[in-house]
Design a protein. Sequence first.
Length: 102
Amino acid sequence: MRGNVYLYIILMAFVTYLIRMLPLTLIRRKIRSRFLQSFLYYVPYVTLSVMTFPAILNATMSPWSGAAGFVTALFLSYKGKSMIFVSLMACAAVFLLELVIA
């Protein structure tokens, strides 16, 4: 059984290394396609959003309170408020809605 675990770890390390190494070795010249440059520019933001949004909804007792905090944060950040203020108000919105729901 232990031998299989080490084999899995080695295989995962190889696949991870391969995924990171291949773009460096296959793409040697500058990417000129504006579409591809734009796509690659936004990949980290989209990945972070896709990982964060479900966690926002599931971190609270109710998905509705998570959604309320998310909407509050979006609105206040759109208005240009500071990050501390946005996070405090989003937490307050979640807290108040969970008081009402529970």
